[in-house]
Design a protein around this ligand. Structure first.
Ligand SMILES: O=C(O)CCC(=O)C(=O)O
Length: 273
């Protein structure tokens, strides 16, 4: 998508209509390889610092999966026994100036303003998903809204943006969605006796015929509704599949976990052309 000569990145009417109908919208190649490479250097630095702090963090297990809280940042480790591979870091706000600038980029926040119908927005949460080569685990079918209903008065008003740091395909576990599933609102979870089962969407609500695998080039964005059923398969390829998911809300509300208000000015330096 060549938007170099436009002043903004707001959704067109057709794009907004498609987003509302399907629950997601893809914009390909919005960030260049050079920008992604620079961001990855910052992310690697932030992750190394977190790794150094793991021994001073608070470790706990849910369904046998290892989590470590370092201050208000939670690390999730890969599921295989005693794996030291970090799978998820949440939130990533405040870990790197480059990432914080990215989250203010008009390329990301203009469409969010279109979705929310307001110019005044703030960050709800954000996470880095690092699917390591060959063994990075998948994300079972879920909606994001059930995770947030106890912390936000309107969990249906928290749009997500998925930024891909690698070309994604079925082999490396690209994002997949159940098209239009967001129209049903918050769906029941699984009553399977596990600690986390309630967060995964009940199998009966999943219409597998509407499944779309979103295979996209590096630097692409997927905007998606918090009620949309989504997930991904494990990474069986020889390369990592890394992605950042940023979630926004209307302005002047505190972030999940940290409680701080991160208002968006929309002037991120990543947009210098
Ligand atoms: O990174 C992925 O493939 C999907 C992640 C996801 O669904 C989530 O973090 O909520």
């Amino acid at each position: 998508m060549d938007r170099q000569h436009t002043d903004n990145y707001y959704f067109s009417r057709d794009e907004l209509f498609a987003y509302e109908e399907k629950g997601y919208l893809v914009r390909e190649k919005i960030f260049s390889r050079r920008e992604i490479d620079e961001l990855l250097i910052s992310i690697d630095g932030a992750i190394e610092s977190l790794r150094d702090a793991v021994s001073s963090g608070v470790t706990y297990f849910l369904d046998g999966k290892r989590f470590v809280d370092i201050g208000t940042t939670t690390l999730q480790f890969e599921h295989s026994y005693e794996s030291e591979d970090i799978r998820v870091v949440e939130p990533v706000s405040g870990l790197s100036a480059n990432l914080d600038n990215l989250m203010e980029s008009p390329r990301i926040v203009d469409p969010i303003k279109s979705i929310l119908g307001t110019e005044i927005i703030s960050i709800w949460t954000n996470k880095m998903n690092l699917k390591v080569e060959k063994s990075g685990s998948g994300f079972d079918w879920h909606q994001d809204s059930p995770y947030w209903i106890h912390d936000h008065p309107d969990a249906g008003s928290l749009p997500n943006v998925f930024l891909s740091f690698d070309d994604t395909n079925k082999q490396n576990g690209c994002l997949r969605v159940i098209e239009s599933s967001h129209t049903s609102g918050c769906l029941p979870g699984r009553d399977d006796g596990t600690q986390l089962g309630g967060f995964f969407t009940n199998w009966e609500a999943i219409k597998s015929g509407a499944e779309i695998s979103i295979e996209i080039p590096l630097g692409s964005l997927v905007f998606f509704d918090p009620h949309l059923i989504h997930g991904s398969e494990p990474n069986t390829s020889s390369y990592p599949r890394r992605a950042l998911i940023m979630t926004y809300q209307a302005g002047n509300y505190p972030m999940l976990k940290t409680g701080e208000i991160r208002q968006i000015s929309g002037l991120g330096v990543c947009d210098a052309k």
